[in-house]
Design a binder for this molecule. Structure first.
Ligand SMILES: Cc1cc2nc3c(=O)[nH]c(=O)nc-3n(C[C@H](O)[C@H](O)[C@H](O)COP(=O)(O)O)c2cc1C
Length: 354
């Protein structure tokens, strides 16, 4: 069985080189309505937004990607520098390797940059006992916060990944109580990792002080796909087969967002690839938008490359704002949209029993 650092390195390698996304683009099914007479000056468009108490230059977070092995230090430094320069948020990958003392530097490097919103990360499955593995407690969360001087801790739900992963933590019993305990002590975000969060799951999380939910839906990075390639490399026929079967498992992000009827702030991530997708998500009610794989190749290269990619996203967002007659993010959030294709079918199906 591989160590956690080798596993993290595998994830990066696979995301860069293999097909890890289901083919269908759900965000393309969300159409904002063109305003032929927008009465807005592009040069005056205000993309700033208060996200979870922090002023961001535009409502965007590079969500959890990595940490915990040597190569991760450069990736996190490049992302942190770009996010600091652009005034947007950043999440680190799972801090398990930092907590367990495998590697701290790849996390600590984030502290060197003035990122306006920093989010730590721990898997919810690690909050409960998994076979002989101990459950993380308060000291571990404290360390995760301290390593990167985090504003929030994101607890990730990743049972799709765990069930495909050859060494997965598949005990989900007690997770909700463990999340509630963390939320009573630390500013907590609950996030998925690419399979989405339904309204019935959000209902279970409401009322316990959780500060936000990152829907992290299906349509972008599939952790079933990522683990499928690892299982194949390890000649694990059963996990390979499960990975293939559940390749596109989950709730597409725009579907999860449309069906989420909650007062909790929502971060929309999963398959976001353009600034137009960001505008779509804001119009659909997201407080903030996130993406991970979008900047991975650039993060391997340089902070400048990440910055360039994210500057395109911001300019595309502004273009969408001009074309919908939105002078600021608040106005964009009130714009109408039409739902098409599989996304509309999904939502129709979901709403039948809501
Ligand atoms: C290489 C890679 C590693 C990731 N590692 C983590 C992680 O450690 N913790 C986590 O909560 N999410 C992790 N994610 C998931 C993202 O933060 C996010 O939920 C989702 O992938 C966003 O979708 P996108 O990649 O389609 O933009 C990872 C994503 C990628 C691409």
């Amino acid at each position: 069985m591989k160590g956690i650092d080798a596993r993290k390195a595998d994830h990066i390698e696979i995301c860069l080189n293999e097909r890890i996304e289901p083919g269908y683009n759900y965000w393309n099914d969300v159409r904002l309505i063109h305003d032929a007479l927008p009465e807005v000056d592009y040069s005056e468009i205000d993309t700033t937004s208060n996200v979870l108490g922090r002023e961001l230059e535009f409502p965007f977070i590079v969500t959890a990607i990595t940490g915990g092995f040597k190569g991760a230090e450069k990736i996190n430094a490049n992302i942190a520098k770009a996010c600091a320069d652009l005034g947007i948020g950043m999440g680190t990958g799972s801090e398990r390797a930092g907590i367990d003392g495998v590697d701290e530097n790849s996390y600590r490097i984030i502290r060197d940059y003035d990122v306006p919103l920093v989010i730590g990360n721990i898997g919810a499955p690690q909050l409960i006992e998994q076979g002989r593995k101990r459950a993380y407690g308060k000291m571990d969360i404290e360390k995760a916060m301290e390593l990167i001087d985090a504003d929030y801790i994101a607890l990730h739900l990743n049972f799709l990944q765990e069930v495909v992963q050859p060494e997965g933590d598949t005990n989900a019993k007690g997770c909700l109580d463990a999340i509630k305990r963390v939320a009573s002590d630390y500013p907590t975000i609950v996030k998925e990792t690419g399979a989405g969060i339904s309204m019935s799951t959000i209902s279970k999380l409401e009322g316990y002080g959780i500060r936000a939910v990152d829907l992290a839906g299906m349509g972008g990075t599939s952790f079933s796909a990522v683990e499928l390639y690892r299982a194949r490399n390890e000649n694990d026929a059963i996990r390979t087969r499960i990975g293939e079967t559940f390749f596109d498992w989950g709730i597409p992000t725009p579907v999860a967002l449309e069906c989420a009827d909650t007062k909790l702030p929502l971060i929309a991530s999963g398959g976001v690839r353009t600034g137009l997708d960001v505008a779509r998500a804001i119009a659909m009610g997201a407080t903030c938008v996130g993406a991970a794989n979008l900047v991975l190749a650039e993060a391997m290269e340089s902070a400048e490359a990440v910055k360039e990619k994210l500057t395109i996203i911001k300019e595309e967002l502004k273009a969408a704002m001009l074309l919908t007659g939105s002078a600021n993010i608040k106005e964009l959030s009130t714009k109408r949209y039409v739902l098409l294709g599989q996304t509309e079918q999904w939502i129709g199906g979901m709403k039948k029993w809501m």
